[in-house]
Design a protein around this ligand. Structure first.
Ligand code: PBG
Length: 329
């Protein structure tokens, strides 16, 4: 059967028809908002490359979380900007003074039903800005995956004690998910889910984030531990390993240039799959919108809907608050 018997435009003729046959929907419950928590008091500092995003002290973060919750955003991903950095990132397992631990307690008090996910990494907490313990090997400083596992265990158990509802390891450390699962289970947190940054690429789209979280590497880059951009079979292997080690949700990061990877992972594993619409993706949209080159609302909703269509179930996005507002109109 062919034209003119078949005419696909028939079902596009009006809003009602289009919505009847729509294949993908975007809802505020899909959205997770990242938040940058500053250790000091009374900080509200806009991130210049990410207009509309702020480093917030704990008191401001609590207020903002309340507003987000009232808009329908029920889940946050927390990043910390600590008072002190050192070679291993001790702030990440400081039960009392750690920036994330303090934030977890305050946010739970302010917004008890908000689901708090902690980003689990070391790059914002180490003086060298790498995602784990560094050692010298053949005259070069390299990341020691095995030594990092012990510190990951310390970090997640401390987050769990402070009230984390989910942990999200983002460091691409070999064996990381398994070490985290064991540590949580042994400490009585067998119920806490893990959202693994399974297929995280060594991407240049993280540029603005490194200003936001103050976690740029002080030497070298992350290509020896994050994934090589041209690979996608390898992404399936990463995801498979993380699932075997106990990941409950898997993630692809960045999102837009990696939609093929999202689709492959969704098709291969059928796991709850998150896409991280990263800082550089946000910055591009904001810059073009500010210049009057793109219509921000339409473009953002198009991007987020398309990530769902590609196979993502959960969207981590700096557009979360705006999108929640637009979706409710
Ligand atoms: C930390 C981490 C990074 C991002 C999330 N967690 C930075 C990096 O790996 O360099 C990037 C997020 C973004 O760009 O929005 N490991």
């Amino acid at each position: 059967m062919n034209y003119p018997t078949v005419r696909l435009s028939r079902l596009r003729a009006g809003d009602t028809l289009r919505s009847m046959v729509r294949e993908t929907s975007l809802s505020v419950s899909d959205l997770i908002a990242p938040l940058f928590i500053h250790h000091a008091d009374n900080v509200k500092k806009e991130i210049s490359s990410m207009p509309g995003q702020f480093q917030l002290s704990i008191n401001h973060a609590a207020e903002y979380a309340r507003r987000l919750f009232d808009m329908g955003i029920k889940s946050l991903l927390l990043f910390g900007i600590p008072a002190h950095k050192d070679s291993v990132g001790c702030d990440t397992w400081d039960d009392e003074k750690g920036v994330i631990q303090r934030a977890l307690r305050a946010l739970h008090r302010a917004v008890p039903d908000m689901l708090l996910i902690t980003d689990v990494c070391f790059c914002e907490y180490t003086d060298h800005g790498h995602c784990g313990v560094m050692v010298e090997r053949e005259g070069k400083m390299v990341l020691d995956h095995d030594a990092t596992l012990d510190n990951l265990a310390l970090q997640v158990v401390s987050h769990a004690r402070a009230g984390a509802d989910m942990v999200a390891p983002s460091g691409m450390i070999d064996g990381g998910v398994g070490a985290i699962r064991d540590a949580l289970d042994n400490a009585g947190f067998g119920h806490l889910p893990i959202m693994a940054y399974s297929a995280k690429y060594a991407s240049s789209f993280y540029g603005p984030f490194r200003e936001a979280a103050e976690g740029a590497p002080q030497f070298g880059d992350r290509r020896s531990y994050q994934m090589d951009i041209p690979n996608s079979n390898e992404a399936l292997r990463e995801v498979e390993l993380d699932i075997a080690q106990g990941a409950d949700i898997v993630m692809v990061k960045p999102a837009l240039a990696y939609m093929d990877v999202i689709r492959r992972i969704k098709d291969a594993f059928g796991m709850p799959t998150a896409a991280y619409n990263v800082s550089g993706e946000y910055a591009m949209v904001k810059a073009a919108a500010a210049a009057g080159w793109l219509e921000e609302k339409a473009v953002v909703l198009e991007i987020l809907t398309s990530l769902k269509r590609a196979g993502a179930d959960l969207l981590i996005t700096y557009h979360a608050a705006d999108a929640a507002r637009w979706l409710s109109l």
